[in-house]
Design a protein around this ligand. Sequence first.
Ligand SMILES: Nc1ncnc2c1ncn2[C@@H]1O[C@H](COP(=O)(O)OP(=O)(O)OP(=O)(O)O)[C@@H](O)[C@H]1O
Ligand SMILES: O=C(O)C1=C[C@@H](O)[C@@H](O)[C@H](O)C1
Length: 304
Amino acid sequence: MEAKIANGLLVSPRIDSEKIARRIGTGGSVQFSRRFREQDRLQVLVSAQLQPKTRNSNRHKTVSLEVSCSYKNFPASLLESGGFQAPFDEARILKNKSQEIRPYLSGRCIYLVGMMGSGKTTVGKVLSQVLGYSFFDSDTLVEQDVEGTSVAEIFKLYGEGFFRDKETEVLRKLSLMHQLVVSTGGGAVVRPINWKYMQKGISVWLDVPLEDLARRIAAVGTGSRPLLHQDSGDAYTKTLTRLSTLMEERSDAYANANARVSLEDIAAKLGHRDVSNLTPTAIAIEALEQIEGFLKEENGDFGL
Ligand SMILES: Nc1ncnc2c1ncn2[C@@H]1O[C@H](COP(=O)(O)OP(=O)(O)OP(=O)(O)O)[C@@H](O)[C@H]1O
Ligand SMILES: O=C(O)C1=C[C@@H](O)[C@@H](O)[C@H](O)C1
């Protein structure tokens, strides 16, 4: 039997129905619990209802099982939030962490870098909110600068070089400001001049497995992403191939960032089997932890 728990964690409690039968005879119910990973207080409760034997079921007794799961005393029903709502504990951890490190940021901007679809906008908004910073998306600022023309149209009408110049100009202007979280364009890392501007703040690389990026991007379509767009063929496979090529060209550039947030590392820490159920809040917490690590390295341990 496999029970699906909020956040995609899977447990497989093994149940010895014979033992249940011996204890409760031919009817009634029994409850028992297993504790997984004690420190996380993940609890699985299994209630078993034995059906009395019928003429047709003389070899097997029927056991109907109800499984309920809780995590840190929150029932699974609450945790299965749908969308991106953070479980209460995550929100509290995020708030505490942001309050801890905010004074040490000294108002410096946070630049999120990473491949298309890596969640820079989604996570950036969470970070800006909790830090009380303003949020900007550099692609949106370029679009506004070209009279509301979309990035895809800018590529088509004026070419990539024109877009890159605009992007650099946007980053230059942002570098004069404070208390911003900036979601940068996926290719902003390739121009060294852009790093000169981003180094005024703290840069954070959202490192997401390419398969997950391809899945996310294929789900919404490639229309708004000119470097990935294709008119035909399997969207997932084509996107993955293209992302792999771009990643080969860019991985060293992304690694220039002051801090790296690896979704695979977060999933491993939280005991998730893959990264697809990590909430933006969990990712934002890791971003703040990595920023904290960078600040400590930069200034020596500041007593946290
Ligand atoms: N943690 C997450 N888990 C699953 N899907 C996510 C997660 N974060 C973002 N997404 C989804 O991935 C897609 C891309 O997210 P988002 O726009 O935040 O990325 P981005 O890095 O800003 O992309 P781009 O640079 O292409 O604008 C969106 O559809 C978003 O809902
Ligand atoms: O990875 C890239 O090169 C790009 C990413 C997007 O954010 C946009 O900046 C544009 O589509 C180019």
